[in-house]
Design a protein. Sequence first.
Length: 596
Amino acid sequence: MIQGIGASPGIAIGKAFVLPNWEWDLPEQKIDVGDLAREFERLYEGIRTSKVEIEQMKDELREVVGPEESSIFDAHIAILEDPVFMNEIQGIIQRQYKAAEVAVKEAIDHFVTMFDLLDDEYMKERALDIKDVGNRLLKHLLGAPEITLPSDTQPFILIAKELSPSQLAHLNPNHVLGIATLAGSITSHSSIMARALGVPLVVGIESKLEEAIQTGDMLIIDGEHGIVILEPEQRSVEQYTMKQKLHQEKKQQLRGIVGVQSVTKDGKELELSANISSLKELEVALASGTSGVGLFRTEFLYMDRSRLPREDEQYEVYRGAAEKLDNKPLIIRTLDIGGDKQLDYFELPEEENPFLGYRAIRICLDKPSLFKTQLRAILRASYYGNVKIMYPLISSVEEVRAANNLLEQCKQELRAEGIGFSEEIEVGIMIELPAAVVIADMLAEEVDFFSIGTNDLIQFTLAVDRMNEQISYMYEPFHPAVLRMLKLTIEAAKRTGIHVGVCGEMAGDLKALPIWLALDVDELSMSAQAILPVKEKLLTLTQQASREVFDRIMACRTSAQIHEILSPQPVKAERENEQLAERQTAERQPAAKLSK
Ligand code: PEP
Ligand code: MG
């Protein structure tokens, strides 16, 4: 059994197809001075053909996963138009008299090595994009055939060193049971797309495993736990087939509560809403009976393209979401870039501590025209649904007022232009900094709602970088300090009478549910897949008992004690194994009877 990282949930059992490397070794071919013009012409022709091909893939993909994910290819086209990349290639041809394909290969290697050296996941992903586009260009220059996946065979599990977005675009989800890659991270484009396509994915498998797997080998992939099993024994196949079945049955069973009201046994109603970053994800959320969108992360609209999205482009997406929600709340969070989220075309300064640096609302207040473009788009969309605005990373009353001033300017402009928007649009803030918690009573008087961003609040309260694996064991949602932060925030909101929700990962954590009930939060916003499991648990709890649990955990001095109180039942994996054992016994029984 090999442990990788679970990047897209689900279980796949089947035969491997190992994707050959889409890379070529090129002999160093020199050219004569007289051939320069011809080499440039070959280069330009290769670029033109590559662009046409990328556009075609983009169109194909749009139908499968929606416009946002397919816009990843805009970034690829932008690379083919990037003057720095092109100058590098042209320079190698012109100054070193090398053939176009050799120049392209050297330019790819140069940029990929450079980006790979940076200790930054985002830049490593960009290196993958450059390799992908560069290899496409090389393929045309060499007249090499496209590496295609088998489509006329049995469905297979795809094994690749790394999988580029364009390779994923060619995948037919009906032919691919699952994917395992040597490289990759959960936040890479490919992982995002695999989740959108519903294909189980494990990334970061060890290189020796990748070498050991041959096309045709039998494999099991568990995309939730990040497990790959090569040539499994019959017992494992049976066990995972059963898990797959249980998984499907559980999903099916949960569908039965889609229309059921989210309310505890003693009548406390809790809105269960979804975190989304694209319209495609909204579809999944609606199918899970979401009460609305508690967090629309708008960064995705700004990423994977070569320029800032225009007001109209943003408006179309926000309006589309508002209309699909049919008057259910849609909380649109304004741009939250910086930290680990960078934009190719937007040069952010190198910083010692980017998470504490120039990011989110700080950038928006520093660049009013960028901010106003988004605010105008959101306001215009508010005409078509129940849209609310939320500012991220707020640390002071001044920031809220400055943002609201710009919002007011936008409203005035729209009124003057005769463009409709909701005059009653609500404005809220994320509470994700300890400073905001401490002055929550003051902030509550400035806004219509709070949404607690536990992901950042935990990292800032405990001074534990949420991206740093070495100290991830210290990233503790159930730390007494975090619980006190939550209590302070929610009580401040309640005293002022404003709506309070939670939109960090902790909102979808079943263990945390008694905390939210005890503190009487109004809304939990989570990934769409978490909504039904949370609702299922909510239906079994009471607010009264949750208050008693909360009093006990608030008296605890260590996280270990808190965990003990919150999870008296066996942990999930143990429970799954128990269920499995019960099922296996049950299924064996008729056979046993027959043999008697
Ligand atoms: C959070 O910080 O909890 C949050 C929801 O925002 P993000 O994860 O996008 O930083
Ligand atoms: Mg945050």
